[in-house]
Design a protein around this ligand. Structure first.
Ligand code: NAP
Ligand code: ZN
Length: 366
């Protein structure tokens, strides 16, 4: 078997790590551009820690705190202009997947100032400023992936930037997630599980990614009772952060698969969070596999007896009801059918009708 495993990110995890390991920020440059969301990093202490660590190292910084959920190309352009004016040397993404993905795209745009929001997504290979990632959700694993998922309002969808921007350093502290509300905790946890599963049930899966996946599913499964009860212990917060990181390492190799591709219209048009949009499709997605060996292994590792128990778990966790018309389902299916990359990652032959039925059986008709 031919295997390529590429994961060039230095990952460190410990409570209080940003302050304790402040010397890790040394060597990236004289001025940092901190990219973060509107409020959560101020509340959970991550932004304050980063500022304190940079102060200790005598590194100057400028903060851009206007990244919205599912960051748009417009925001990337606005922030990049500021970064250029401020003459920053490197980027620190602090927050959930949205600010960290934005940080990666901004790192590309600042390094290539001829680009703007309309031509940033290009097949040309581009360089980027160095990025440091400090995740405060346990979901995307973006701190160890090369991807940056952006909202393209012109084409009314979400798209991957298409560059390889692996952060140089990822500092993980589960303390930042301790006060997270239940909906965000559950939605992001489902995202983490979906990365592991979509990398496991993937044409590009190999022995290394499978080893990570089996361990990752087991760890996630140990948190499922807390996720259902809503009483999330700090030990589970820690495990979810590890599972999320493992998911990122896997999809960095394999890419995601059908549920991710199918979820984008639900997020774009219906405003459903990334994790819940994916989770709403999972019961039907796992049904379509003809070869049940790995699917059954997933249930076993999660501590479940059957597909029925998986359905019950998803019903307890995914509490969104997504209403659609027949025309919308047809439009979404057409869109996914054009997403050749996601279709190619699915390990079995897939029919248009099967995608249509995943949507039909998962969503509610208006
Ligand atoms: P997010 O969009 O970054 O944030 C969602 C919400 O959670 C925001 O309101 C945010 O507040 C809040 N939040 C963040 N950290 C928090 C904390 N510790 N406590 C309480 N609230 C907190 O959520 P996400 O699910 O992490 O990221 C989703 C994005 O990542 C999507 O755009 C998705 O497509 C992308 N994604 C990327 C990859 C990849 O490999 N690059 C993989 C999967 C998904 P603030 O806005 O105030 O910060
Ligand atoms: Zn995801």
């Amino acid at each position: 078997m031919d295997i390529t495993y590429h994961m060039p990110v230095k990952v460190m995890m410990e409570k209080g790590i940003v302050i304790k390991k402040h010397h890790e920020f040394k060597g990236f440059g004289k001025k940092a551009f901190i990219i973060t969301g509107k409020s959560s990093s101020k509340i959970n202490g991550s932004l304050e820690d980063v500022e304190a660590a940079l102060d200790k190292e005598g590194i100057d910084y400028y903060i851009f705190d206007r990244v919205e959920e599912n960051p748009s190309l417009e925001t990337i352009e606005d922030a990049s202009k500021i970064g250029l004016e401020q003459n920053v040397d490197f980027i620190i993404g602090v927050g959930g997947g949205s600010p960290i993905d934005a940080a990666k795209a901004i790192a590309v745009m600042i390094k290539n100032p001829q680009l703007n929001k309309d031509n940033l997504i290009t097949p040309e290979k581009l360089e980027a400023l160095d990025v440091i990632a400090i995740p405060t959700t346990s979901g995307t694993g973006t701190e160890v992936t090369q991807y940056s998922v952006l909202t393209d309002h012109k084409n009314k969808t979400k798209r991957n930037l298409g560059q390889e921007v692996f952060p140089k350093l990822a500092l993980l502290d589960p303390k930042y997630t301790e006060k997270m509300d239940l909906d965000t905790t559950v939605s992001t946890a489902i995202d983490a599980l979906s990365h592991i599963i979509e990398g496991y049930l993937n044409r590009h899966a190999n022995d290394i990614t499978d080893a990570l996946a089996e361990r990752g599913i087991k760890i996630w499964g140990e948190c499922k009772d807390d996720l259902v009860s809503g009483d999330i212990k700090n030990t589970s917060r820690e495990k979810l952060m590890i599972a999320s990181n493992i998911g990122g390492m896997i999809i960095a190799q394999t890419g995601t698969s059908l549920p991710h591709g199918m979820s984008y219209p639900l997020t774009y048009h219906k405003g459903i969070s990334h994790g819940f949009a994916i989770g709403s499709l999972y019961k039907e997605y796992l049904k379509i596999f003809k070869d049940r060996k790995k699917v059954n292994k997933i249930y076993e590792l999660l501590g479940l007896e059957s597909h029925k128990e998986f359905e019950e778990l998803m019903d307890k966790l995914v509490k969104v009801h997504i209403h659609v018309t027949q025309d919308e389902i047809k439009k979404y299916t057409d869109e996914v059918w054009e997403n050749k990359e996601k279709l190619a990652n699915h390990p079995e032959d897939i029919l248009y009708e099967e995608l249509f039925f995943i949507y039909t059986n998962s969503l509610l008709y208006i």
